[in-house]
Design a protein around this ligand. Structure first.
Ligand code: FAD
Length: 505
């Protein structure tokens, strides 16, 4: 049987392992942490359940396809609830906007902010739809490992059709005049760690996806996704090892022969798949061939300062997803992405999952996750994370006080906080960049690190820093593309395993 070692049990690693096992490979996943999930993790304390990483479940059709490819139905594993309004947006001047798929409600709100803007909104959504329909099949959902595939005439035309050379924020002038609306429909670019002042207008697809396909939440929290994938992987025969960090990928000539664990154990394998963050793999697990240095010079996504608060009170003004946009939107983004620090007036996000699933906190209490984007770690001019953390906390509490939560600090029962250093040490994320390599034009498609090593032909990559990019849907696509590449190279082993049926109570 062809053996595979997968380094890392993130969502990308588990999904690839399950797919390969179902094709007849003998798969072992070795994970540095004490459980699976990677960045899609949780924290349980005093009856409060926090999703410590992802909180936004978008593009359910990609999840459903991933389950279907594994022979299962998503609805048998995840109890998804639609979240609408998607965001409670709070502008710096105190005004608000509830983003919703309810067009009548959008019309009333938008017309009150800027007369005539509802028409612009509909046209903007339509452009987002066009960008989505063009970008996904052509750029995201297929392997672009050869230059002619990427630079085909069809793709070159996409430069214009996807407005790749137009800045997203400049493009907003075609739809809205009010700067609050321009901000409310571009802030999602930060999920790609791009400022809309430099991101291509193509990223209007993000707003379309959220409002058209909806925002969802799995009851029980985002970790349910990991549990579901683990269940399928284990029943498909995948073996998981925890607290088992890989120290080195063993190489012989042009082949990877397996891995050496930090405790000295050797694992032989015909194929190695690295799910750990790709720049880290080149820097720490492979012989130096200059690639680690080249990757070092690439653009990295921002990091985040996290606050997980168990609160003994509920604030009705908090929706499930709350976004606080700085009045000086551009400056707040520049401080993060250019100055690599905390904005003077931060734009931040807060998740209140109890609004959707009351079981995630004791009755009458709240579970709050605050995500404050900050610059990634800069070794050349090290940041004082402890001072930044204190300042971020103070600014967040001040901002929340402005919407009536002025006694929040007194009601915080406990606090857990992560700084960029935690992202680095927990998951080996280079520079503590929460979303891995950036998603600017020069780091997309063919220009993003490929899912197979150029020299070691049986070493593959899967996950956020490979093609197509970061976010759970993209990582699930990456798992499909990496599996396809392995099958193309190696073929389907002769003996296919039998799926063990799910245990029923
Ligand atoms: C704060 C935050 C918020 C986010 N919000 C969202 C969101 O709302 N929606 C969304 O879709 N996405 C979101 N994301 C992005 C999403 O979480 C990631 O894109 C996705 O989880 C990455 O999965 P992965 O499999 O590529 O990598 P990872 O999750 O990083 O998994 C890699 C695994 O490799 C392990 N590893 C590392 N080094 C070694 C080693 N030497 N040996 C063994 N194991 C090793 C790590 O411990 C980890 O478990 C968010 C991420 C963060 C951090």
């Amino acid at each position: 049987m062809t053996s595979v070692v997968v380094i890392g049990a993130g969502v990308g690693g588990i999904a690839t392992a399950a797919r390969l096992a179902q094709h007849g490979y003998q798969v072992t996943v070795t994970e540095k942490g004490e459980r699976a999930g990677g960045r899609c993790d949780y924290l349980l304390k005093d009856g409060h359940h926090f999703d410590t990483g992802p909180t936004l479940f978008v593009m359910p059709q990609i999840f459903a396809q991933a389950f279907a490819d594994l022979g299962e139905r998503m609805e048998d594993h995840l109890d998804l609830r639609r979240v609408d309004p998607t965001y409670h947006v709070h502008f710096g001047d105190g005004s608000t906007l509830l983003l919703t798929s309810d067009l009548n409600a959008m019309q009333t709100q938008l017309e009150a902010i800027e007369p005539g803007s509802f028409g612009g909104f509909l046209r903007y959504l339509n452009e987002g739809r066009l960008h989505y329909k063009l970008a996904f099949p052509n750029l995201a959902e297929r392997n672009l490992s050869r230059l002619p595939e990427f630079c085909s005439l069809k793709n070159l035309l996409l430069i214009f059709r996807l407005k790749l050379l137009t800045r997203h924020y400049d493009n907003m002038g075609n739809y809205f005049t009010d700067r609050r609306l321009k901000a409310a429909f571009t802030f999602q670019d930060m999920y790609m760690s791009l400022s809309p002042y430099e991101a291509p207008a193509m990223y209007s697809l993000l707003q379309y996806i959220e409002l058209a396909d909806g925002m969802w939440f799995p009851m029980g929290g985002m970790y349910r996704i990991v549990e579901a994938l683990m269940d399928i992987a284990e029943r498909s025969g995948v073996r998981f090892m925890y607290n088992a960090p890989v120290e080195q990928i063993n190489i012989d000539g042009r082949q990877a022969t397996g891995v050496t664990l930090a405790d000295g154990r050797q694992m032989q394998a015909d194929i190695v798949v690295a799910n750990a963050d790709l720049p880290y793999v080149y820097r720490c697990l492979l012989p130096d061939d200059g690639m680690a240095k080249r990757l070092e010079r690439k653009r990295y996504t921002c990091s985040t300062m996290m606050f997980y608060w168990g609160v003994d009170k509920q604030y009705p003004q908090f929706g499930p997803h709350n976004l606080f946009l700085a009045d000086n939107y551009r400056q707040s983004l520049d401080r993060i992405l250019k100055d690599l620090t905390l904005a003077d007036e931060p734009t931040f996000y807060m998740h209140t999952p109890v609004r959707v699933d009351p079981s995630l906190a004791p009755e009458g209490h709240d579970t709050l996750v605050v995500v404050v984007p900050v610059g990634h770690i800069n070794d050349a001019a090290p940041q004082d994370w402890s001072a930044i953390q204190k300042r971020a906390r103070q600014l967040v509490l001040q901002r929340l006080a402005q919407i009536g939560a002025d006694d929040l600090d007194e009601h915080i029962k406990f606090e857990v906080s992560y700084t960029p250093r935690d992202w680095l040490s927990r998951y080996n994320l280079t520079k503590g960049s929460t979303l891995g390599l950036g998603h600017n034009l020069l780091q997309m498609g063919y220009l993003r690190p490929r899912n197979r090593h150029a020299r070691y032909r049986n070493l593959y990559f899967v996950g956020a820093s490979t093609h197509p990019g970061s976010g759970l849907p993209a990582v699930l696509l990456s798992a499909r593309l990496t599996t396809e590449r392995v099958l193309q190279d190696v073929g389907i082993p002769q003996v296919a395993p039998v799926m063990t049926p799910a245990t029923t109570l």
